[in-house]
Design a protein around this ligand. Structure first.
Ligand SMILES: NC(=O)c1ccc[n+]([C@@H]2O[C@H](COP(=O)([O-])OP(=O)(O)OC[C@H]3O[C@@H](n4cnc5c(N)ncnc54)[C@H](OP(=O)(O)O)[C@@H]3O)[C@@H](O)[C@H]2O)c1
Length: 265
């Protein structure tokens, strides 16, 4: 009996998504590859002859493209893994950015990832489980000038994914968010991005990233920061966020520095 499972990967035409395609094919998954460049997807499909590969060349920054991938997720009974890797980077100072570029970034990095996460969780619920991997960024922890919408979109990916982890706890579905630092890919070719901001030695390869993230996923590590040497640092950040929310959110009392006696003007 053929009981192969399928992995759908967005952003599969280069970089991190392409490395996921190679590694998940090596693990025996059939693949659905999503990106705009059909020629790249066809080349990759030709290289990955050991598994069945379907190329889905769509633009995820437009509603019809997102809907086509949602339909694929809903209609493929063998789907067990969805990787949201498609994303674009910094645009330069927001005030100077083209409005169409800002809209494209938010639609791709935020809306498409959210809709495809929702579609994946719905399919996995019907089929008893699955794995959703969302590619965030260490940019989620920064608010860099020149990368305002990008950093904010990646903070969104982190928060969305952590909430989904809680929503799917004990359901047989895993939601992993991966937070890479600099990775040598085509990512920095876009206008507004500048690879020279990062020292050479801070870069890893897409293959190193994906191998680490899959090994984390195998161990059930759902917030995966491959280059963080001491995972306790992330645990401290998460605990501090909870503490801050409790400190400010449990009692509706305005802090004394805002009372009239303490106002400077
Ligand atoms: N590289 C880094 O240093 C780094 C660090 C942290 C996080 N990340 C994240 O990692 C993810 C993958 O980036 P990467 O480094 O692998 O960059 P990349 O090599 O530029 O790959 C980006 C992928 O997204 C696809 N894509 C872009 N716009 C799209 C659209 N409108 N519709 C469908 N697909 C689209 C591209 O394919 P087409 O152009 O063919 O559509 C490509 O396959 C992104 O979410 C990025 O934010 C990267």
């Amino acid at each position: 009996m053929d009981n192969r499972t399928t992995a759908l990967i967005t952003g599969a035409s280069s970089g991190i998504g392409q490395a996921y395609a190679q590694r998940l094919a090596a693990r025996g998954h059939d693949l659905v590859l999503v990106a705009r460049r059909a020629d790249r997807l066809a080349e990759l499909a030709a290289d990955l002859r050991s598994v069945h590969v379907k190329a889905l060349p769509v633009d995820l920054a437009v509603g019809d493209g997102i809907a086509a991938v949602e339909a694929e997720i809903a209609g493929n009974p063998d789907l067990a893994v969805v990787v949201n890797a498609a994303g674009i980077g910094a645009l330069g100072p927001l005030v100077d950015a083209d409005v169409a570029d800002v809209e494209q970034l938010v639609t791709l990095n935020v809306l498409a990832l959210t809709r495809l996460s929702r579609a994946a969780l719905s399919a996995f619920r019907a089929r008893g489980g699955g794995q959703l991997v969302n590619i965030g960024s260490l940019g989620a922890f920064r608010a860099p000038p020149g990368g305002a919408a990008y950093g904010a979109s990646k903070a969104y990916v982190l928060h969305l994914s952590r909430a989904l982890q809680r929503e799917t706890a004990d359901t047989g579905t895993q939601v992993q968010v991966v937070l890479p630092g600099p990775v040598r890919t085509e990512f920095f070719d876009a206008a507004g991005s500048d690879a020279t901001l990062f020292p050479d030695e801070s870069f890893i390869t897409a293959e190193e990233l994906v191998d680490a993230a899959l090994s984390g996923l195998d161990r059930g590590e759902l917030v995966c920061i491959p280059t963080l040497q001491d995972v306790a640092a992330w645990e401290r950040v998460a605990a501090l966020q909870d503490e801050l929310r409790d400190l400010a959110g449990l009692r509706g009392i305005i802090a004394p520095r805002y009372t009239p006696a303490n106002r400077t003007k």
